[in-house]
Design a protein around this ligand. Structure first.
Ligand code: NAP
Length: 250
């Protein structure tokens, strides 16, 4: 019996899991790839491989070795390196690539958002906005805040962050989805004055923005990195349609 050619889903996101589940349901062979950053990841349906590929040329080799028929890059909007790697490897291996990226968040009239280009710029912007900070940008890149000595940080992330960290902080290990009630309780309990977030988009972590608006707090929002020129869809349904249009069926 010949082995069915798989679709590779570069994941680590809720959309990646949802897509893998939908493809398995329709009889498409899927391999999901996770970076291996989190020790107890939520696993998608179908085959899962964990760990980096070793750069674009090794990814291209992997695509050829596994006879991959298409790649869906469903990684997080801030996971720049793996997306760049896929954008280089797929043409090299002659494998079609589509990017599945959820839309960013949109500021409403009652929001007090301050857009910045980087975590370093977020640390600088804090100076004028508050000294009790809810920091929700993930556990990577926290060194940007390590020099901020006059503020206290509630750092929320999935896995314990590595130093250097800001000198005054508390780490809260948690994983979404979150509810607005819980976010309001955290803001009140820790007397938060300012929220810092990446423009991750999606619904899982959106309630912190609604809670900040409800308490009249400023929010520092880190802009997404520049998008690659890869064909992009924004929903799992669109990704499935793209795969169907291009003939990748079970
Ligand atoms: P990154 O900077 O783009 O990736 C660094 C390296 O990790 C890549 O060069 C690649 O190694 C490996 N890698 C990343 N994602 C991979 C995947 N899905 N499968 C196999 N290897 C992968 O990414 P990151 O910001 O560290 O994020 C790591 C993972 O966490 C991503 O899969 C992303 O979807 C998820 N995530 C990230 C964020 C965020 O804020 N950045 C938030 C939520 C979830 P090689 O070069 O060796 O192939």
């Amino acid at each position: 019996m010949t082995r069915k050619r798989p679709v590779l889903v570069l994941g680590g996101t809720s959309e990646g899991r949802e897509l893998a589940g939908a493809l398995v349901d329709t009889g498409v062979t899927v391999v999901s790839s996770l970076a291996g950053r989190v020790s107890n990841p939520r696993l998608p349906a179908g085959e899962v491989r964990i760990g980096g590929f070793g750069g674009p040329s090794e990814l291209a080799r992997w695509l050829v070795d596994r006879d991959v028929m298409a790649v869906v890059d469903a990684t997080h909007p801030f996971a720049e390196n793996i997306s760049a790697s896929a954008a280089q490897a797929c043409p090299d291996a002659d494998v079609p690539l589509v990017r599945l990226e959820r839309p960013g968040w949109t500021q409403g009239p009652d929001d007090n958002w301050h857009w910045v280009d980087s975590l370093d710029a977020a640390a600088t912007a804090l100076v004028d906005l508050g000294t009790r900070v809810f920091l929700t940008t993930g556990r990577q890149g926290l060194a940007s805040f390590s020099g901020t000595t006059n503020a206290w940080f509630l750092i929320r992330c999935v896995q314990a962050p590595e130093p250097p960290l800001p000198p005054k902080h508390r780490v809260l290990l948690d994983r979404g989805p979150y509810l607005i009630e819980g976010e309001l309780a955290l803001i009140d309990e820790h007397r938060i004055e300012v929220l810092v977030t990446k423009d991750s988009g999606g619904t899982y972590t959106r309630p912190k923005l609604d809670a900040a608006r409800s308490r009249g707090l400023p929010v520092i929002v880190v802009r997404r990195p520049c998008p690659a020129s890869t064909t992009t869809v924004t929903t799992v349904t669109q990704a499935l349609a793209w795969l169907g249009r291009n003939g990748y069926r079970g």
